[in-house]
Write a protein that binds this ligand. Structure first.
Ligand SMILES: Nc1ncnc2c1ncn2[C@@H]1O[C@H](COP(=O)(O)OP(=O)(O)OP(=O)(O)O)[C@@H](O)[C@H]1O
Length: 504
């Protein structure tokens, strides 16, 4: 039987840079096929070719044995190929059914429009039944969770008879429970013969949901086969080209004086009586499910949002942090989750982007020291393993993960005393993650206070000296690295285990 989708010898260049080199990829019916590779390896470029967003320079594409020449996104859709992007394209004011059948409504006449609406509900319900998905076709999409909204996107794709679904980091913004629900939907699609190309940097998920892997490195396929043949170690080796002995640094820190103290921080409806203290030279994790208040807390500490009550004490003095500028003058930096929106000037190169925020460091008598800028940028490009054609190359052309690394580099360069990070490795490949963990460890040894809010349990357990766990806007427990385990963290974070009465 021919493969559902077969790519052979695909090549693609942008200007002088060849991005894909004779890449082969075969997707079978009912397969969940992981497409893996470090940031910049070429995964998105390959997917954009099958989605009709880019045209290939060479190679062939076959769908169920038939040669196709995909010319546009519309054409790819008609061939049964759909991409579920991270940024969803739904209309929040419309119902589930209206969103699924959006764009297919009749143009003329109220009568036929009303008929269309009831037809849309009927057809959506039929799809929900067919795939055994629990969702009300009448619900307004804006009121659904992100996980449910993603399911609506999937329904939209299958309503158009998609046979190939590309999912790009589908769980990046999902809670653990939503991830499990998504996996159930994926299994149901799989059982009906739909093929899924699954892109993710989370190896635990890949082992759980995928049955086949293809790995790219620098635009070349380095390995392919059933998931059973791939341990995490082997996957990493194929991705980064070497073994990784010490993924986490695992060095002991010796925390010094308290540098930042939070006393009863309140934010109406979001945070309740949050007290904590952070010391020089330690890495503290803040763990909670999505919406537990951890990112809001960091925004308040950085002055991006204002608290409604409570007190902050920085370096022994009560302080008012009412703007990011005020935070920066106290030596506080925040690497946010929305790195793309908040972080880059797309037309500028990585050197400029990384050094803009810490310009004083790179100026001599008011003039920019271009040599210094270049040297420091180069150093961080190496440290963070940023893949780019050149330091001046506009960051808009970098892969998503590499853009994130540039922003991370920018903040690390401001030489802060207190570094707050929200989901610091989301979208970042495994090799670079490890580099970042080692860098943060080194910064802790240089007496910086590091605070990481993350929903990645593995990262919290592997990196942090102690963990504060948030549930519904409160810190309900504090556990040391020695005590922490996935089960314990999840029990607290889900509310199944009660508070240990922390505070202070
Ligand atoms: N439109 C473009 N113009 C120039 N270069 C591009 C363009 N799109 C992608 N590239 C380059 O192609 C390479 C591969 O990028 P791609 O986005 O395919 O990587 P990826 O494997 O999806 O990475 P990530 O995990 O970071 O998303 C990168 O070096 C990127 O700079």
């Amino acid at each position: 039987m021919p493969a559902l989708l077969s790519l052979q010898d695909i090549e693609k260049s942008f200007g002088p840079n060849q991005i894909l080199h004779k890449v082969d990829f075969q997707l079978q019916k009912g397969q969940v096929h992981a497409l893996l590779g470090a940031n910049g390896a070429g995964k998105s470029t390959l997917m954009k070719i099958i989605a009709g967003e880019y045209t290939k320079d060479a190679g062939t594409i076959e769908i169920e044995g038939e040669n196709v020449h995909i010319t546009s996104p519309g054409h790819a859709k008609r061939q049964g190929i759909s991409v579920i992007h991270q940024e969803l394209s739904l209309v929040p004011e419309f119902t589930v059914a209206e969103n699924v059948y959006l764009g297919k409504e009749p143009v003329h006449g109220l009568g036929s429009f009303l008929l269309f609406k009831s037809e849309a509900v009927r057809k959506t319900q039929a799809l929900l039944d067919q795939y055994q998905i629990q969702l009300d076709p009448h619900s307004k999409v804006g009121q659904l969770s992100i996980g449910q909204q993603q399911v609506v996107e999937i329904l939209k794709a299958i309503s158009e008879d998609s046979r190939v679904l590309v999912m790009d980091e589908p769980t990046a913004t999902l809670t653990a429970a939503e991830t499990n629900q998504l996996f159930e939907v994926i299994r149901s699609l799989q059982s009906k013969g739909i093929g899924i190309i699954y892109i993710s940097h989370r190896l635990d998920e890949i082992q759980q949901i995928c049955d086949h892997v293809t790995i790219l490195k620098d635009g070349r396929k380095t390995a392919e086969g059933p998931i059973e043949e791939f341990s995490n170690e082997r996957i990493i080796e194929c991705m980064v080209g070497r073994q990784m002995d010490h993924y986490y640094p695992n060095t002991a820190h010796s925390p010094g004086d308290v540098i930042l103290e939070l006393q009863n921080i309140e934010k109406n409806g979001v945070l309740h009586s949050v007290s904590a203290s952070f010391r020089k030279g330690e890495i503290v994790g803040i763990f909670g499910l999505l919406g537990a208040g951890q990112s809001e807390l960091l925004r308040i500490l950085f002055g991006a949002d204002q608290a409604d009550g409570g007190q902050l004490i920085c370096k022994g003095k009560p302080v008012q942090i009412d703007s990011p500028l005020a935070a920066m003058s106290q030596g506080i930096a925040l690497v946010t989750e929305n790195r793309k929106e908040e972080g880059l000037i797309l037309e500028l190169g990585s050197d400029q982007n990384m050094t803009l925020t810490s310009m004083q460091q790179f100026s001599d008598y008011g003039l920019r020291n271009l040599g210094k800028i270049r040297d420091v940028a180069k150093q961080y490009v190496e440290k963070l393993n940023i893949k780019l054609p050149g330091l001046h190359h506009p960051v808009k052309h970098l892969s998503g993960g590499n853009q994130q690394k540039v922003i991370l580099g920018k903040w690390l360069l401001t030489s802060p005393d207190i570094i707050l990070l929200s989901e610091p490795t989301r979208g970042i490949d495994i090799g670079a993650r490890s580099e970042i963990y080692h860098l943060l460890d080194q910064l802790a040894h240089e007496e910086k206070a590091i605070v990481i809010a993350s929903s990645d349990v593995d990262e919290i357990l592997g990196l942090c000296d102690r963990v504060l766990i948030m549930f519904r806007g409160e810190i309900i427990a504090e556990v040391s690295q020695a005590e922490a385990s996935i089960e314990l963290l999840m029990e607290y974070a889900s509310g199944a285990r009660q508070s240990t009465g922390v505070g202070g």
